[in-house]
Every structure is written in C-alpha cells, then in structure tokens.
Write a protein that binds this ligand. Structure first.
Ligand code: GLU
Length: 425
C-alpha cells in the first residue's frame, strides 16, 4: 500500500494566514463583536478521510480526502472539490472561508465549504479518478446533502466528476438527488451557462471596474494567467467586449502577441492539443511564464492558482486593474504595495463569484424541476454581479478602504447580522 504524504505548504505564503489577516482588518473596521469573531475565525466542521483505491496496476493506494465547512449560518454550505497534488488542510480551510464570504457578497443563501483530495489527476486514468470520486462521495455521505452541503467543481474536477458524485450519492440514498451537487452535465440537471459563469462574472467585474477607472475597453490591453475554464472564458468574453488580449498562459508556458491573441483560435488549438497551448502558432512563447504578470497591461486577470502575486514580484506589477479569477492569487503581503501603487483590485470573493451564483441557479432549477433558458441565467447572474460590484465599491468609498477589504466588510456584516438574529446555543 502506498500513502501519499501530506505536502508541506511549499514556499507559498500560507493562504489561511492571508485570509485571516484580511478578515481581521475588516472585522476591526466593522467593530465586529468578539463573540461573532470567535465563531467565524474557525471552521464549523472539518472531516478528513482515508480513501483506499485500487489502481489500474492492481495495487491499493490510499488518498487523503478533506471537506471543510466554514459556516452554514446563511444556508447549506457550498463550495467546490479540488483534486490536486498539493491539497493541504490549511488551504482547504482558507478556501472554505472564502466561499462563506463569496456567497455573502453576492447575497445567495449559502454558507461556505470546500473539499479536496490530494492526488494528481493528470497522472491517473479515468477509471482511477472515477473510483476515487465515488469513494470520496461515500465517505462524505452524511456531510453532503441538498440542504446541508452542496459540492461543485474546482481545480482538477469538472462536470464528469460531478456526475459520478451525483450518481453515487443517489444510489446510496435510493433516489435521484440532483440538487446535491452543481456543475453537473446538462442532461443530469446542470444549468445552461454554468460552464462559462465564472469567466462571465470576471468579465462583468472587469467592465464595471474599467468604467470607474475610465478605461475604454476598446483601447485596453489585457493579460490572462491560466487558460482553464475560468481563464479561457474570461479571455474570450473580454475579447468580445473589445479588449486586446496580448498574453495568456497555461501549464505549458506563457504566450504573447502584441497585436492581440485570437482567443477562439487559442481555445480550439488547446482543445485539439491534449488541453494545452504548447506550440500555439498565434503567439510567441515568453522565456519565463512569470513575465505575464509583469506586463504593462491595463487589465491583469490571474485565473490560475493561489499566491502568484506576492512580495517577491509585486514591485514589478504594472497593470492598472487586477481582476482575480482565481481564489487567493494575491498574498496578504502583496496587498499593501498594490494599494500604495494605486492599482485597483477586484478581489476573488467578488470577481469569481459568478460561478457559485450560477451554481445557486442550478440548485434552484433542480429543486423546482424546471429548466431556465441561457438568456435568463446570464441576465440574472450579470445583474447580481453588477449589484455586488456596486455595493462593494460604495463600501470602499464609505470606509476609505481598498475593494478587497470592502468586500470582506460587506460579507462579514451580512454574516454577523444573521448571527444577531439567529443567536447561539
Ligand atoms: N469552485 C468554485 C469557486 O471557488 C465554484 C463553487 C460552487 O459553484 O459551489 O467559487
């Protein structure tokens, strides 16, 4: 039997600490009571399981699976499941808390949760991934539920994995329960518009911020880090709105074309090239992929992983606006310098909330047994994203704080008010 050892938090700044530092600043600005502070600083529930999986070789390998529910005061917990080699409990705790704040910012009736399995799906066969997902689901059978905790895709998972989760959960319950998970394939009750929802929300956030900064989209340049679901949709939709996307990147490297990259062509190339941009003829490969972050663009969209803008490179960031497609791409230690430089940041808990917003629509449709048109989904999610942006912007002016702290203030205030009414034990 092989056991995958917990990965140390590499040389990253700890995402849980980054989250807590911002939470502390916002809590102080709000004058949050000690009672509510103490409730929110720790997750409500943390489950860690060992999952023995028979690999294709016939050997059994044990994987660690985690689910953290940060809060369910506003409603059932909501948040994705990440399959990645560096999944760490502190990261999952931070991501779960970010889901609480994210759902509160866009005012949808959910708490925050997150799951993770430490594995490398790129090196696993579909059969191995399926067995792992089914085992994880069974291990979490009493945690998940349409009124308790509703998972969704995150890094390394997608509609295929959500279908296995729904099927395993439904078998265990003896009836089809499609509202237990969102981000499903359409035929299983997935929502139209869910695939592009996060990228679409990034686009709406970027345009709202550009309006405030008086940046004309038709004269603006943009770089997008990450060409997975979030990055590629954000790039495509921003290009459609007039921005020139001069650089994109993925696991194979960063690509640059000062005339603008044709994003549709890049997506088609990626889809016919085992999912990577390696060898993409429409742009030049940059010597160092990290250069993308330091380009003199109007809009920078980090849409890959956590902790890419840190104290190490923040001095070199030249963008006027950063729109965080990923969760936690900017470390706490970089915030101060970004603010001093006058760069506006639309923070993750606002900018990438379009995904969970359409997840909420999916859950509503499942519970109604009814399907909305793509037009209705997009119209409603655009409205929610725009209203959330305006509220956070107003809060940032009122409290004289950056957009990130303003977003935390909006979220924490909502959760705190709910506690006031619901009370404790
Ligand atoms: N994993 C996505 C996020 O971080 C989506 C979560 C969801 O739809 O529940 O926001």
């Amino acid at each position: 039997m092989a056991y995958i050892e917990p990965a140390p938090i590499k040389d990253k700044e700890n995402p849980l600490e980054s989250m807590m530092e911002r939470f502390n600043i916002a809590a102080e600005k709000l004058g949050l009571s000690d009672e509510v502070y103490n409730v929110l600083k720790n997750p409500a529930k943390q489950v860690i399981v060992s999952l023995p999986i028979t690999m294709d070789s016939g050997k059994i390998q044990v994987f660690e699976g985690i689910r953290v529910i940060h809060s369910n005061i506003l409603g059932p917990a909501k948040g994705g499941i990440r399959f990645a080699p560096d999944v760490h409990i502190d990261e999952v705790r931070a991501l779960a808390a970010w889901m609480t704040w994210k759902c509160a910012v866009v005012d949808i009736p959910y708490g925050g949760g997150k799951g993770g399995v430490r594995c490398n799906p790129r090196e696993m066969s579909p059969g191995e991934i399926e067995r792992l997902m089914r085992a994880y689901t069974l291990a979490m059978i009493d945690v998940f539920g349409p009124d308790k905790d509703i998972p969704a895709p995150d890094m390394g998972t997608g509609p295929r994995e959500m279908a296995w989760l729904m099927d395993e959960y439904s078998k265990a319950k003896g009836t089809t329960v499609n509202a237990v998970v969102t981000g499903k394939p359409l035929v299983l009750g997935g929502s139209l518009g869910r695939t592009e929802a996060t990228g679409r929300g990034v686009m709406v956030s970027a345009l709202s911020a550009m309006e405030k900064l008086k940046i004309n989209p038709f004269q603006a340049t943009c770089a997008v880090q990450g060409f997975g679901n979030v990055g590629s949709w954000a790039a495509l939709l921003l290009e459609e709105r007039g921005l020139k996307i001069i650089s994109v990147s993925d696991i194979s490297g960063a690509y640059h074309n000062a005339q603008g990259i044709n994003i549709r062509e890049a997506i088609n190339y990626r889809d016919s090239n085992k999912g990577t941009l390696e060898g993409f003829p429409g742009a030049d490969k940059l010597a160092d992929p990290a250069e993308l972050l330091e380009l003199a663009v109007d809009v920078l969209v980090p849409a890959a992983v956590e902790d890419v803008i840190t104290k190490k490179n923040v001095d070199n960031i030249k963008a006027k606006l950063i729109v965080e497609g990923a969760n936690g791409p900017t470390s706490f230690n970089a915030d101060k310098i970004i603010n001093e430089k006058g760069i506006m940041v639309v923070p993750d808990i606002l900018a990438n909330a379009g995904g969970v917003t359409v997840s909420y629509f999916e859950w509503v449709q499942n519970r109604l047994g009814y399907k909305w048109t793509a037009e209705r989904v997009n119209r409603r999610s655009d409205r929610i994203m725009k209203e959330a942006f305006d509220q956070v912007y107003k809060t940032s002016i009122k409290h004289e704080v950056p957009m990130r702290i303003a977003a935390y203030i909006v979220a924490i205030d909502k959760v705190a008010q709910t506690y006031q009414f619901r009370g404790g034990f």
